[in-house]
Write a protein that binds this ligand. Structure first.
Ligand code: ZN
Length: 203
């Protein structure tokens, strides 16, 4: 399976990192070794001094598709969850400054914690899902899929022009404002619709 992550999909987050608002989705990939599951702890890696959380709605692909039309994209996913797109911001800033790829900053081992997935049909509207993340019990990020620049269906249509989507692939749909650093000893809890989906510690 593969993990596809959308960058700059909320205007308020693009602004906080001084990035322009994109005309088409910006995306990058993480390998399957980036997955961290079952609320296992995240061990702070030696190669970074500035690991940031980015809380994101995650879509799980349920059928194979290529060149999917936006109007049919809803047929390609049934489950939605929450994930953290861990980012070594110091390495990312250095890569950006040199115009280099982001893999070492974004795709390292355990950089993609994911939690529970729920049936999208239990949600009133996938284009209006509220979510939030607590760092040590304090809400630090709040978002709503209604505020995405590119909707889930638009992302699937766009990405599938370039990559065949396969069963089990995950799409991280971008983060709202409020990203920040984590430290050893922190706890992260991510909620979708006020339902706890992900709960793990930084060690
Ligand atoms: Zn992200």
């Amino acid at each position: 399976m593969k993990i596809i992550c959308i960058g700059r999909n909320y205007i308020d987050h693009a602004k906080e990192l001084n990035n322009p608002v994109p005309a088409s989705p910006v995306f990058f990939c993480k390998p399957d070794t980036a997955l961290l599951q079952k609320n296992q702890p995240f061990f702070y890696p030696d190669f970074s001094k500035n690991i940031h959380y980015e809380t994101e709605i995650v879509v799980k692909i349920c059928r194979v598709g290529k060149n999917i039309e936006e109007k049919f994209a809803h047929r390609y996913y049934e489950e939605i969850g929450m994930g953290i797109d861990f980012t070594a911001r110091d390495l990312q800033d250095a890569a950006k400054a040199k115009g280099l790829p982001w893999e070492i900053a974004k795709a390292f081992d355990n950089s993609a914690p994911i939690g529970l997935f729920i049936d999208k049909n239990t949600l009133a509207d996938v284009n209006a899902i509220p979510f939030h993340m607590e760092l040590n019990g304090q809400t630090v990020q709040q978002g709503n899929s209604a505020d995405m620049i590119f909707s889930i269906d638009r992302i699937i249509a766009y990405v599938s022009q370039f990559f065949t989507l396969k069963i089990g692939d995950l799409i991280f749909t971008g983060t709202p404002a409020g990203v920040g650093p984590v430290a050893v000893g922190d706890n992260i809890k991510a909620y979708l619709n006020n339902q706890l989906m992900l709960d793990f510690d930084i060690k």
